[in-house]
Design a protein around this ligand. Structure first.
Ligand SMILES: CC(C)(COP(=O)(O)OP(=O)(O)OC[C@H]1O[C@@H](n2cnc3c(N)ncnc32)[C@H](O)[C@@H]1OP(=O)(O)O)[C@@H](O)C(=O)NCCC(=O)NCCS
Length: 220
C-alpha cells in the first residue's frame, strides 16, 4: 500500500510549512475565519452599508467585474479565489467576527517566501463597530499566526499618511516605522504614498507575552 493512502490529509503540510486547513484565530473578543458562500448575505449587508466609509481607502474595483456585494456568484468566486490563495500560501484573508456577526476583514497579502519570508497586512471594519479596538485584536492574532504557524520572518502594514484611524492601529500595536514609500499603491484610482510599518519575528518573540496579554486574552 502506498504511504499516502493511509495518512490523514491533515498531516500534509504546504511545502513552505504553511497549514492548509482553514484557520480560526481568536483575539480577546473577536474570532476570524475564511469566508464561505453562506456568508454572502452578511457580506452584502455590511459592504453595501459601508461603501462611502471604505471606498476611499481601497483599490478601485473594475467596472467590468461583478461586485461580490451584489452578485452571489461573484462572492462565491471570491471565496474560491481566497481559498486557493491560502492553499498555495500566497495570501490569507479572514473575516472578522464579533458575537458571530461579520464586522470586517483582516488579511495577509503578497506573501513572498525565499530569502524574504514576508507578507503585507490589510484590514477594514464596519463603521458601526469602529472605535472598539477590534481590528487591533485581529491584527495581533494574524501576527501571531504568521510568525508561529506560517513561520514568516517579517510583516508590514502600509498606510496612506492622512488615514489617521489606520495609523492608530500600528501605534496601538507599536509596530516599527520604516519610512515613506512614494506612489506605492493604487487606492481609489490614485497612486498614493504610503507609510510603511513592520515587525519581524525577532520583535514578535520579544513582545509576544505583552501583545498576547493586551490583545489576545479574554478580559473578565
Ligand atoms: C482603520 C480601521 C480599520 C480602524 O479600525 P478600528 O477597529 O475602528 O480601530 P480602533 O478601534 O483602534 O480605532 C482607531 C481610531 O479610529 C477613530 N475612531 C473611533 N471610532 C470611530 C468612528 N466610529 N468613526 C470614525 N473614526 C473612529 C479613533 O480616532 C480611534 O483612535 P482612538 O482609539 O485612539 O480613539 C477603520 O477605521 C476602518 O475600517 N477604516 C476604513 C478602511 C481603512 O482605512 N482600512 C485600512 C487601510 S490601511
Amino acid at each position: 500500500m502506498s504511504h499516502l493512502s493511509n495518512s490523514s490529509p491533515k498531516r500534509f503540510l504546504h511545502p513552505a510549512g504553511a497549514p492548509v486547513a482553514p484557520p480560526r484565530l481568536y483575539g480577546g473578543r473577536i474570532m476570524m475565519r475564511p469566508l464561505v458562500s453562506h456568508d454572502f448575505e452578511a457580506w452584502s449587508e455590511v459592504r453595501l452599508r459601508n461603501v462611502e466609509w471604505l471606498t476611499v481607502w481601497e483599490p478601485r474595483r473594475s467596472e467590468f467585474l461583478a461586485d461580490p456585494a451584489t452578485d452571489r456568484d461573484a462572492f462565491e468566486r471570491r471565496c474560491v479565489a481566497r481559498d486557493r490563495e491560502r492553499q498555495n500560501g500566497s495570501a490569507y484573508t479572514l473575516g472578522l467576527f464579533f458575537n458571530n456577526i461579520l464586522i470586517g476583514e483582516v488579511n495577509i497579502n503578497n506573501v513572498v517566501r525565499g530569502a524574504m519570508q514576508t507578507g503585507t497586512i490589510g484590514y477594514w471594519i464596519d463603521r458601526k463597530h469602529a472605535g472598539n479596538g477590534y481590528v487591533a485584536e485581529g491584527v495581533a492574532a494574524i501576527i501571531k499566526f504568521a510568525f508561529d504557524e506560517l513561520k514568516l520572518h517579517r510583516l508590514e502594514v502600509c498606510i496612506i499618511p492622512r488615514n489617521s484611524n489606520s495609523k492608530r492601529i500600528v501605534e496601538k500595536l507599536n509596530l516599527r516605522f520604516e519610512g515613506l514609500a512614494e506612489r506605492f499603491l493604487e487606492i481609489n484610482g490614485v497612486w498614493e504614498d504610503h507609510l510603511r510599518y513592520a515587525i519581524t519575528t525577532e520583535e514578535w518573540h520579544e513582545r509576544r507575552d505583552a501583545l498576547t496579554h493586551e490583545w489576545l486574552t479574554i478580559k473578565k
